[in-house]
Design a protein around this ligand. Sequence first.
Ligand SMILES: [Zn+2]
Ligand SMILES: [Zn+2]
Length: 340
Amino acid sequence: MQALSVVAPHQVELVERVVPEIGDGDALVRIAAATICHTDHYILSGGIPGLSYPVTPGHEFSGVVKEVGAGVTQVKPGARVAVETYLSCGGCRHCRRGRINLCADLQEMGFQLPGGFGQYIVAPAAKLHPIEDSFSLEEAAMTEPSANAHAVVRRAGIEAGQSVVVIGPGPIGLLVLQYARLRDPGQLILVGLPRDEDRLAVGKRLGATDTVALPVEAAEERVLELTGGLGADRVLQCAGSTRAAELALAVAGVNGTIVIEGGGDTIPLALNGLIQKQLTVRGMCGWSFPDFAAALQINQSGRIELRALLTHRFALEEHAAAFEVTGQYRDGVIKAAFVP
Ligand SMILES: [Zn+2]
Ligand SMILES: [Zn+2]
């Protein structure tokens, strides 16, 4: 089988490997689609602390079960599946409550374990989620980022009628926007930069009531204007920039909640503003079991548009172009997939 291997930072090779053996509780899955995440670029650039190389990335993927171990009863060969990519210890206090993303011994396919940028993968059968016939394998590949977006919206606790601001019209932001829309907000404002015009137009089609395409410094005033000077009830920061986190704090209204999903560096926190506005600031990293299952169910119901987000497809041999296009935001890319 072929697989991509990041041998060391900035060094990607397409390698030939033997198809891995399966254990009693495992399944061998032939990968159908594996979408490229911003995090994969951190693997490529050496930006993930403590990660040891070589790595086969890919933590957002789907496939068809080829073979199952002797003890597997829940899936059969031929099943089309979305694959849950976290392997947690199962026994710590976080795991017992389903908060697998907080497990101290967490391992993730595509990071510490081989990922989906290859032709086959072995996964515990319990991690496979069979999908409906009407749901495509390409859509199923995007269950993992959907779970992340679902978790962000869950953490925000959006109530009907509230004003909601989503900062960052990337793939996660556009998914967050759609899950937020399902909570019936009164206003759903999507904020991006001038270069994001195309993505903001997609966001408008997907349910944003207003879009803002301005440099960060100018966005604050515009969002406050759009919210009648009050600021937003909920701000979901999915932009991965320090300035965007500052913007999130600035545009949150009294009693507002901010969820920070996109990373960044250190920001000054105006304590008087935090106190007077009685803000709640929450971080969100990854997802938990219920988020994955819920996101898949909602996605299969047709209420979330995934096809519009998948703009590019590449063969494994085209890895250089795939990482170039997604890394540089070329050719109107939103999400790209490897289709081995
Ligand atoms: Zn990801
Ligand atoms: Zn654990």
